[in-house]
Design a protein around this ligand. Structure first.
Ligand code: MN3
Length: 242
């Protein structure tokens, strides 16, 4: 449906007056939209799975508002712009795009990575979380790193020493767990990642993730972040890892 037709229909709606009529016309419009080849923006920003202040005092509400509502929203908008009208890219999943990302426009890499990484980030955190993993994930961490504490040390060091903006990851790679980091919005699913794998936990160490509350104190942000890690969500990703 063309925008102009849509607006005309809205005009009819306003003129229609009665609620029943409005309902009928709305149904017609929806049917037209669903039945046409109108391509809606493929990628969408999901709402945060908890309130902005839910991760206080470890991650502050204002940071969450800006981080999700502005930064992540911008990645989604720019990703849609980057794939729009490109028949080879439109309709592909992020995972599909990442497999070949070194050959795609840098805007797809940066914004596609930004969308994937942040979507995962919000979902591996939660209020009243923290603690330690259990079950198969705990066993895999012990097998790879010796202990949970050793794993945390490695992860913290990796996150702290990532120069500039980027991410620290725990991934399943070749059937075992590895810690790595990537610059910018890259991730281990991308063909150009130094360490490839399926990320089950990621930590955003861009300054926009912590600067309002922690300023230059990235190590303090990292230490506090463990209090909001949702190990059940990480274990779920671990179970899904290919
Ligand atoms: Mn971020």
């Amino acid at each position: 449906m063309k925008r102009r037709n849509f607006l005309t229909s809205l005009g009819i709606l306003a003129a229609a007056g009665s609620a029943t009529k409005i309902e009928a016309i709305t149904k017609q419009i929806n049917n037209k939209i669903n039945g046409s080849n109108l391509v809606m923006s493929k990628f969408e920003l999901a709402p945060l799975p908890y309130a902005h202040n839910a991760l206080e005092p470890y991650v502050d509400a204002q940071t969450m508002e800006i981080h999700h509502g502005k930064h992540h929203a911008a990645y989604v908008a720019n990703l849609n712009k980057a794939v729009e009208g490109n028949a080879e890219l439109e309709g592909k999943s992020l995972e599909e795009l990442f497999k070949n990302i070194s050959k795609l426009p840098v805007a797809v890499r940066n914004n596609g990575g930004g969308h994937y990484n942040h979507t995962m980030f919000w979902n591996v955190m939660g209020p009243n979380k923290g603690g330690k993993p259990s079950g198969a994930l705990a066993e895999a961490i012990n097998a790879a790193f010796g202990s949970f504490e050793k794993f945390q040390e490695t992860f913290n060091a990796t996150a702290t020493t990532r120069f500039g903006s980027g991410w620290a990851w725990l991934s399943v790679s070749g059937g075992k767990l590895v810690v790595s980091s990537t610059p910018n919005q890259d991730n281990p699913l991308m063909d150009l990642a130094e360490v490839k794998g399926f990320p089950i936990l990621g930590l955003d160490v861009w300054e926009h993730a912590y600067y309002l509350k922690y300023q230059n104190r990235r190590p303090e942000y990292i230490t506090n972040w463990w209090n909001v890690v949702d190990w059940d969500a990480v274990a779920k990703r671990f179970a899904e890892a290919k």
